[in-house]
Design a protein. Structure first.
Length: 393
């Protein structure tokens, strides 16, 4: 790639924003590089927040994404502790919470997502969400043996929190709309295996359940279910999904529709890109897509940096995520539709280690690979997806 001297402003200096900055420098960007973030902290990684950090295995310093020396080596300007509050799209300028105006030739939006909350839980002491390091440290302080914790939302985050908490001796109830933990992303078979792990560890599972309200009683928080049952709790974690952090872009003229709508090159407008959890782009093989996972944050950053530097290509990854629960690494490449047929290719579910290829219910095409405690073989089987999920020209 040739040298580039344009000014680049990256809004959101976490996994996706930092990776974009690094890829730009690696690719020959010599111009001014500014990273703006609402948090004061140096960039840190989020996956350990619900796992090693929440369990107390890791000190907070271990979640840092880079050393201070590596951050310095980027030769970037850091504007931390200031929120972006508005974007002038045509002028490519961002107004920050201190009133500063930052202007650049290229702007990359990497503001991630914000957790959803229940209106009835706003401001309620003991009601938590988990997105930031502060959230994780606060929740960690509450996970004492015998405490009653209700986790609302049985997707990946809620399941991980329930797993970590029960391992610490907390009395955990996991309640959610899905029939079993993570059934929306793992499909039926693996989510039932996961449910068995949770139950064996002592988690009370309430699947296919809706929460009507969360309120404070005299001695406990009350989680009221649609069924009329009330779950008393010392603490509640709300893990019912997230919304793209785009409120500050409301008047920007950018197309916002569950994320910043971009083309296949992750371009939202002339000179403006989006990357990571906040970006909804046109995947050449899979259509309009927004992914909330760590691998995508890093890979999409490389694609965006290449495009800014003039050698972009349509971004067409095979979606991938992992979760770690009860000592098992569960991995999904591609997607596992609820009605997919599973073909076990390696290992054996009864031994606690296996890989399965998910086949489309209609045409038997491989659409996903599910790995259960077999990372190497899972990676090998991923190749089966490459030919069938390849982007259409
Ligand atoms: C607890 C937890 C566990 C996870 N576990 C896994 C896992 O096991 N596997 C997996 O694949 N993924 C996991 N993820 C998801 C993964 O961490 C995210 O996909 C990844 O962090 C996305 O990176 P990002 O940079 O796009 O967004 P973020 O990491 O959310 O960063 C966005 C940044 O933008 C900043 N920001 C937001 N709004 C503004 C504004 N207006 N002005 C300035 N700055 C702003 C924020 O302060 C933040 O630093 C987990 C996430 C969480 C929260």
């Amino acid at each position: 790639m040739s040298e580039s001297h344009q000014d680049v402003l990256i809004v959101g200096a976490s996994a996706a924003g930092l990776s974009t900055a690094e890829a730009l420098r690696r690719g020959g960007h010599r111009g001014r590089l500014t990273l703006l973030d609402a948090e004061e902290r140096a960039p840190y990684d989020r996956p350990p927040l619900s796992k090693q950090l929440l369990s107390g295995q890791w000190e907070p310093s271990k979640v840092a994404l880079r050393t201070n020396e590596a951050l310095d080596a980027l030769g970037a300007e850091w504007v931390l502790g200031e929120r972006a509050e508005g974007l002038e799209t045509a002028a490519r300028s961002v107004r920050t919470s201190s009133g500063r105006i930052l202007t650049a030739d290229a702007i990359v939006v990497a503001t991630g997502v914000v957790p959803r909350r229940f209106p009835s839980s706003e401001g309620l002491e003991g009601a938590h969400v988990l997105r930031s390091l502060d959230d994780a440290l606060h929740l960690q302080g509450r996970l004492r043996p015998g405490n009653r914790l209700v986790v609302i939302g049985n997707g990946v985050l809620g399941s991980e929190i329930a797993c970590t908490a029960v391992t610490l001796g907390v009395d955990v109830t996991l309640v959610g709309r899905a029939v079993a933990p993570m059934s929306g992303t793992l499909g039926g078979f693996a989510s039932y295996l996961l449910a068995a792990k949770h139950e064996a560890a002592g988690v009370r599972l309430l699947g296919e359940s809706r929460v009507a309200s969360v309120s404070r009683g005299w001695t406990a928080i009350h989680v009221l279910l649609d069924s009329g049952e009330v779950l008393p709790a010392d603490d509640v974690v709300i893990a019912i999904g997230s919304d793209p952090a785009t409120d500050w872009l409301d008047h920007s003229g950018l197309d916002l529709n569950d994320g910043i709508v971009c083309d296949a090159f992750c371009r939202a407008a002339s000179g403006i890109w989006a990357v990571g959890d906040v970006a909804r782009w046109e995947h050449p093989g899979l259509g309009s897509l927004r992914l909330e996972n760590r691998t995508n944050a890093a890979e999409q950053a490389i694609a965006v940096a290449a495009d800014i530097l003039g050698s972009g290509e349509p971004y067409s990854p095979i979606p991938y995520f992992w979760t770690d629960q009860f000592g098992v690494r569960i991995q999904v490449h591609g997607v596992i539709p609820a009605n997919a047929r599973l073909r076990i290719t390696d290992g054996d579910p009864s031994s606690g280690r296996f890989v399965a290829v998910a086949l489309d219910a209609v045409d038997n095409r491989p659409v996903g690979v599910l790995g259960w405690a077999m990372p190497k073989q899972t990676r090998v089987r991923r190749a089966e997806l490459e030919s069938v999920m390849a982007p259409t020209p």
